[in-house]
Ligand binder design. Sequence first.
Ligand code: FES
Length: 157
Amino acid sequence: MDAKDIFIIDTVLDKYKDVKDPALIILQNVQAVLGYVGKEYLEYIAEKTVYSLTELYGIVTFYPSFRLEPPGKHMIKVCQGTACHVRGGEKVLREIQTQLCIKPGGTTEDRLFSLESVRCLGCCGLSPVIMIDNETYGRVKPAKIREILNKYRGGSK
Ligand code: FES
């Protein structure tokens, strides 16, 4: 944990110092800025707040949206909202899981991809939708997944 991380966490702690029971919002903010809530971050937050390390671990392991490890280079978000679900979003998610050997919340061993299942990416007309980093892919078919992922392999993206 470097000085920048400490500065970021201190800023978050200060922002919510007057909020009642702010553990969840603190952890969400730390992850939003630093990308994950690693052990060293939790230890620091425990040291600076009334929360024990056990309590903080309890929160981050309860909510699947928290990451305890740094995310991979590319973040894949697969929509499982209603519109995407009825148009095959589940098959798309299954295909990505099979190809990368990870589940939502996971990161590939080479740290190239992280996978998240999300509720709506705001472009339901294009369902089923996935997003990789800031790029949106609409009307995705499982058969196209390999081609899409290959764009991010070999450093071309
Ligand atoms: S439900 Fe998938 S983009 Fe809205």
